[in-house]
Design a protein around this ligand. Sequence first.
Ligand SMILES: [Zn+2]
Length: 327
Amino acid sequence: MKVTRKYPIYLHALERAMERLKEGAPEREQVREELLRQEAGYFGEIASDKYVRRSRLPGVVLTDIQIEVEPGEVVQIDTLILTRRGIWLIESKKYKGALQYQLSPRRIERRERGGSIIVFPCPIIQLESQIHALEGWLEKRDIKLPVFGTVAFASHNVWEGLPDDAPIIPTREIPLYLETGYRQLPEQLSMESFDELMVLLDQERHYLQWIPICKKFSINPNHLKRGFLCLDCSGTLTRESERTLHCKACDKKSKADYGQLILDWFLLVHPTLNNAQLRAFAKIKRKQTASRILRRYELAQSGKSIGTTYTVNLYTELDGLEIRKRG
Ligand SMILES: [Zn+2]
């Protein structure tokens, strides 16, 4: 089966937050933990994609679908396998190290080297809520198709306390799991309704509103480094000209990428940007310079003259992880 998956914008945003949060900022710890949780998910998805590709099912694989359960409440489905006999969801994880399964509330804990404990949400609960959300979504549209799912682990972990009947398989068993399940079921959908359903589910992607990292984690934006950062040491660069930057610590020159800097603003600070904010964030002195830079990128504008603000839809308008330049 064919699987395509984009690098998650949320994971990228957490990485950028770790780059920009000043040393000693109190918010670093919770962002770091969330980064570890999101990495466990993404690396798990990459590992399970390999085995979903090897599965022989007549159907399609949809990735990163967001199902709205109630207004404002969204459940994310990382991997959805749609066939004319049923739908399978796979919740994949790749954890490092020894894990403990804990009850009430169900969760996974891992002891870090320093002795601190990082808590991961229970992937079985995540899977159950995905199945429940999708069943409700289908029912609302009067579509009769059964939904199944499994948690798939990409790592060989030492477990403590894991229940025997937990719906968890190693990623390499994904093809067998899917093919066996599929064979046992009768056809439910006509080719026509299958195509319709595929389009409907595909539309359930990327319709979320982006919440900047500072808002999500109540981070004081003053705890972020401004300006351009060195790719090697994350230190603040000094500007020698509009385009040329210099790292004193590494004694290296580099080119200023204003697109990345503007993207950092949207990811971390605020969903819109104006001239004054860009000047403060990029450490630019002249208004005209900031205007010229803003015009270079494909950003949606609203307002006039000094009230002009710029924005971009981070889910649908980026080219990979970059803001598009005007042609
Ligand atoms: Zn450096």
